[in-house]
Design a protein around this ligand. Structure first.
Ligand SMILES: [Zn+2]
Length: 126
């Protein structure tokens, strides 16, 4: 058995809350992106004759949103994975070495799939 110190029910609650928070964030980004594409760019770019700096800024902020969106999707996938692990009782075990992830780490990152040692190794390789 993996540790009995990990309170699965508590982490499940934390994960579900985090999932909800991320999904709301994602919805807000989606709304912003769809309203931005429907206009209000026209008036300004006419005055500035498509000033390169403006165009760059706009592209940059969209890229940022996109990156954020991707990050959220990534986190949501991790949370789903953690929830699945809670269901089959493997939550808290490191994906790489099968060792136990310390509860302190799970409290900080409830969807962590690697122990601190493995995380370091992966990041170094990354
Ligand atoms: Zn590990």
């Amino acid at each position: 058995m993996i540790s009995s110190k990990i309170d699965f029910a508590k982490f499940k609650e934390i994960l579900l809350k985090e999932k909800q928070r991320l999904q709301e964030k994602e919805r807000r980004i989606d709304m912003r992106n769809s309203s931005a594409s429907e206009g209000d760019e026209v008036s300004e770019s006419a005055d500035y004759d498509n000033h390169p700096a403006d165009a760059a800024t706009e592209t940059e902020s969209r890229t940022k949103d996109l990156a954020l969106d991707e990050n959220i999707n990534f986190l949501l996938a991790q949370i789903d994975e953690a929830l699945r692990k809670i269901e089959d009782g493997t939550y808290g075990a490191c994906d790489r070495c099968r060792g136990m992830i310390i509860p302190e780490r799970l409290k900080a990152i409830p969807y962590a799939t690697l122990c601190i040692d493995c995380q370091d190794i992966v990041e170094e390789l990354g």
